[in-house]
Write a new protein. Structure first.
Length: 688
């Protein structure tokens, strides 16, 4: 035996005394352990379970479950705490949110209302109440009482359109109303945003009042049921807002009301995510671009000098281009001279920017950058002066902000043309184009797709490069898409629009073909950019804005087929109600509609913007006189433009499409009717 082993032998033979095994009691109840929350070990009913309304599930697995109820303490905690009304996000959502690329793509789909709530899993209504108990859905009479109570006591009541709420309730309670004597839930199908707003008003009123007040109204039988009732109303409001396809001002009011009165105790991620949805919805509506009252008055005086009256403004507003309606909310209220609505919108945006949404919880502030139009995941600071992002992340965010600001500036250019009744300023488009191209040229090597190798080790780095580059490419072909017809008829002035949109749409799809499939599965914004790139290629094919030989035409169709196949594959893996539902079929429907235009009979058109509308002007040598109409009245171009700016355009009814296609083909020679029939085809509208 060696000396070293001999020297260690006594130490190894020494044994530690065996500690007595003690039966340690768990430090958290089963519900807090399941939710991974800090438990204060109050028995029975810890504060976490009381605030969630899950006291019946607060169990320990030992003798503490048999202790008598401390009614006084439980009641005090129940009365002083506020619920966390958000459904807990799934683990997959949390994993995705940790990806920087996912955060960068979030802004792409926020303008589409299916995604304002798609990242939050909807919870079913609570069913712990006895089936023989009163219905949790409020009657209109109860809602009216609670709304009156809220407006008479709450300091934030000025943030809500009081007249709209009272008019809605009064109309529903009228004797000749179809809702007369019914319940508030009957409003959900017709007015989901107003329904959610009224629910949050009622929930806020229930929180402001002692619990005995709800008992006297017959809403609950015991005081501790108020928390459960408020939680149920919150879930109802969330489901109603999740069903919205368009952003509305009532949606902003409802979410702000929740943040002000009901979101006292929420997880940091939930808190910031909710604020993110409010900010992005407000920006979709244009609340950040309302300007001042003085600017409004100056604009209206200019409209008066041009002969605009409130009566013609209504027609003018109805003739706006086929862009997303919520993006035109600011322009619409300006045209209608709705001072009250615009002042309320200014108040919303001022409050969103000026309030410290961290409250006393010190969770960090939601910072709305004054000089940036970013709609990515909000940036949270532990301290206002401390930036927690690395230099690489800051670089990517700054580049992404350029693309996102370009998107907003393009919307501003279009809105300015709408309100002024002028053509889109092509000089402003060229200026925007030069800024985006300069940003592309200044990208570092690690963000240039052609300089990042395709390998498993570099997959994450390449994903970042694809995300940033595709953002800028998408902005380029998007801002040039409205000028494709002009690029065909006036190539010397608008030829850049044809080459820019064609080159970068093709580049966008080709890069996706060589990328990891996980990129498109994890980044919804990338998929929508690819769909819109395919629409640009379809526009070039059927508007004949580029000259292609047969081989090039086949190559373009291969790109389009790749997009259709990819989207259908993703759709098959997702929930039928997801944002991908029908996207591949919609692309094929556009191709079906465009195929009804006979080859070689494309009329020479020129494009201008007259009274907020792209107008097609007839060339005397045209073979189709019936095309002397607004270009957006043609089914093909209107649907292409709508899909480019709006991903939730109507989908063809499969049972209706064949008949519609047959009608469109049979009436092709009948002149004006063909364009109306094609419009019916792609919109799935009923025959005229």
């Amino acid at each position: 035996m060696s000396a070293s082993s001999a020297s260690t032998s006594p130490a190894s033979s020494t044994r530690e005394p065996v500690k007595a095994v003690r039966n340690k009691k768990p430090h958290s109840c089963t519900e807090c352990r399941r939710r991974k929350k800090l438990c204060d070990r109050r028995v029975p009913g810890c504060n976490q379970c009381v605030s969630r309304g899950t006291v019946s599930l607060c169990r320990w697995g030992d003798e503490r479950d048999a202790q008598p109820a401390r009614a006084r303490d439980a009641q005090r905690a129940l009365h002083s705490s506020r619920p966390s009304s958000h459904a807990s996000p799934s683990q997959s959502v949390l994993d995705n949110e940790q990806s920087l690329m996912y955060e960068l793509s979030r802004g792409e789909i926020t303008a589409h209302q299916g995604e304002l709530s798609s990242l939050r899993s909807a919870s079913p209504p609570q069913t712990s109440r006895d089936n023989n108990g009163p219905d949790r859905h409020l009657a209109f009479a109860h809602a009216k009482i609670l709304v009156d109570l809220f407006f008479s006591t709450d300091m934030f009541s000025g943030m809500v359109d009081e007249q709209l709420v009272f008019d809605t309730l009064a109309g529903a309670m009228a004797a000749d109303s179809p809702y007369a004597g019914g319940r508030l839930v009957e409003l959900r199908a017709d007015k989901p945003d107003v329904y959610a707003l009224i629910l949050y008003l009622c929930s806020s009123a229930l929180f402001l009042m002692p619990q005995t007040y709800a008992i006297t109204l017959g809403l609950v039988e015991q005081g501790d049921e108020v928390i459960e009732l408020v939680g149920f109303l919150d879930k109802e409001a969330q489901r109603a807002l999740s069903s919205m396809k368009k952003a509305t001002i009532e949606m902003v009011q409802a979410r702000m009301l929740f943040q002000l009165n009901l979101a006292h105790r929420v997880d940091l991620r939930d808190h910031v995510e909710t604020m993110d949805s409010i900010i992005r919805t407000a920006r979709c509506l244009g609340l950040d671009r309302l300007g001042t009252v003085e600017q409004d008055e100056a604009m209206w005086r200019a409209m008066d000098l041009q002969g605009e009256t409130p009566g013609t403004a209504d027609w003018h507003s109805a003739a706006l281009p086929a862009m997303r309606s919520e993006r035109s909310w600011a322009a619409t209220t300006l045209l209608r001279r709705d001072r009250r609505a615009r002042n309320l919108g200014r108040l919303h945006w001022l409050f969103l920017r000026g309030k410290d949404w961290a409250l006393a919880q010190m969770l960090g502030s939601y910072t709305v950058y004054k000089g940036s139009y970013t709609t990515g995941l909000p940036r949270v600071y532990k301290e206002p002066s401390t930036d927690n992002f690395s230099e690489m992340q800051q670089t990517m965010y700054s580049i992404a902000d350029v693309g996102l600001e370009a998107f907003r500036r393009f919307a501003d250019i279009c809105a300015d043309a709408e309100t002024q009744g002028r053509t889109i300023d092509y000089g402003a488009i060229l200026e925007l184009d030069s800024e985006i191209m300069a940003t592309l040229a200044s990208l570092p090597d690690w963000l240039q797709v052609d300089k990042v190798p395709r390998s498993r080790e570099m997959a994450k780095a390449r994903m970042g490069a694809v995300m940033v580059c595709s953002t800028l490419w998408h902005r380029l072909f998007m801002i040039h898409r409205p000028f494709l017809l002009l690029s065909r008829t006036q190539p010397e002035q608008y030829g850049l629009s044809s080459s820019r949109s064609w080159d970068y749409a093709m580049m966008c799809i080709k890069v996706m073909q060589g990328s990891d499939n996980n990129l498109m599965m994890k980044n919804i914004g990338v998929v929508f950019r690819m769909i819109q790139a395919a629409l640009v290629l379809i526009s070039h094919l059927f508007l004949k804005s580029v000259q292609l030989d047969m081989g090039e035409v086949v190559e373009v169709h291969e790109q389009i087929q790749f997009v259709v196949t990819t989207v259908k594959h993703i759709e098959s893996l997702c929930d039928p109600r997801s944002v991908f539902a029908g996207q591949g079929r919609r692309l094929e429907a556009v191709l079906v509609a465009a195929s009804k235009i006979k080859s070689g009979v494309t009329p020479p058109l020129s494009l201008s913007l007259d009274h907020g509308r792209f107008a097609a002007q007839q060339n005397p040598s045209s073979h189709m006189p019936s095309v002397a109409r607004s270009c957006l009245d043609t089914a093909l171009d209107e649907h292409l433009m709508r899909l480019l700016f709006e991903c939730d355009a109507p989908v063809l009814d499969p049972e209706h499409s064949q008949n519609a296609a047959a009608r469109a083909g049979s009436v092709f020679a009948s002149g004006d009717v063909v364009w109306d029939e094609l419009l019916n085809l792609v919109d799935g509208a009923a025959p005229r």
